[in-house]
Design a protein around this ligand. Structure first.
Ligand SMILES: Cc1cc2nc3c(=O)[nH]c(=O)nc-3n(C[C@H](O)[C@H](O)[C@H](O)COP(=O)(O)O)c2cc1C
Length: 159
């Protein structure tokens, strides 16, 4: 099984979750390839599953304005992310896309939900996947979230 992962991350938490998901998937026998959302190749190679992950900003996917806010908190911010990639991507040939995100709580909005909605509108076969929780300033993953991500990665291959 070939799994691609597109990830957007400012403090590294969503990237850490993506790495844990990939490790779990590889442990269950899959091969994985990952790209930063600002740097996805125009032609995505043949995949069985594409995972798309982003931090939740203002209840949704990061936007140009929320990235500027993150930048004022001292992190490097590129010009584009998952939101802009979806606007330009041709995902019609992908068999399955599953989204994930990081966020503060189950009730603080969801980038994964926003991404799933936009990807469905763009013609994909899409599921909203897991949310993983962060806390603190600067934000860090809550205890056990990387392990939960690894287990989710392995379940995605086995299902
Ligand atoms: C501008 C901005 C807006 C945010 N809005 C939300 C929000 O609406 N809900 C939420 O749960 N977390 C929110 N957060 C917290 C982010 O979800 C958190 O920074 C992110 O999960 C960290 O992931 P990263 O290290 O991959 O950037 C916000 C963060 C920033 C910088």
């Amino acid at each position: 099984m070939q799994i691609g992962i597109i990830v957007e991350s400012y403090w590294g938490n969503t990237a850490q979750i993506a790495e844990a998901i990939a490790a779990g998937a590889r442990g269950a026998g899959a091969q994985t390839v990952a790209w930063s959302a600002a740097d996805v190749p125009a032609r995505i190679p043949d995949l069985d599953l594409l995972l798309v992950g982003a931090p939740t900003h203002s209840m949704k996917l990061p936007s140009r304005s929320s990235r500027r806010t993150a930048g004022r908190r001292g992190v490097h911010v590129p010009d584009s992310g998952v939101r802009e990639w979806i606007d330009s991507a041709d995902i019609s040939s992908l068999p399955m896309v599953i989204t994930f995100d990081t966020r503060v709580s189950p009730h603080s909005g969801s980038a994964a939900k926003d991404a799933a909605k936009r990807l469905t509108r763009a013609g994909g076969r899409v599921e909203q996947g897991e949310g993983f929780f962060i806390a603190g300033e600067p934000p860090v993953l809550k205890d056990g979230e990387a392990e939960r991500a690894e287990q989710w990665g392995s379940r995605l291959v086995e299902r």
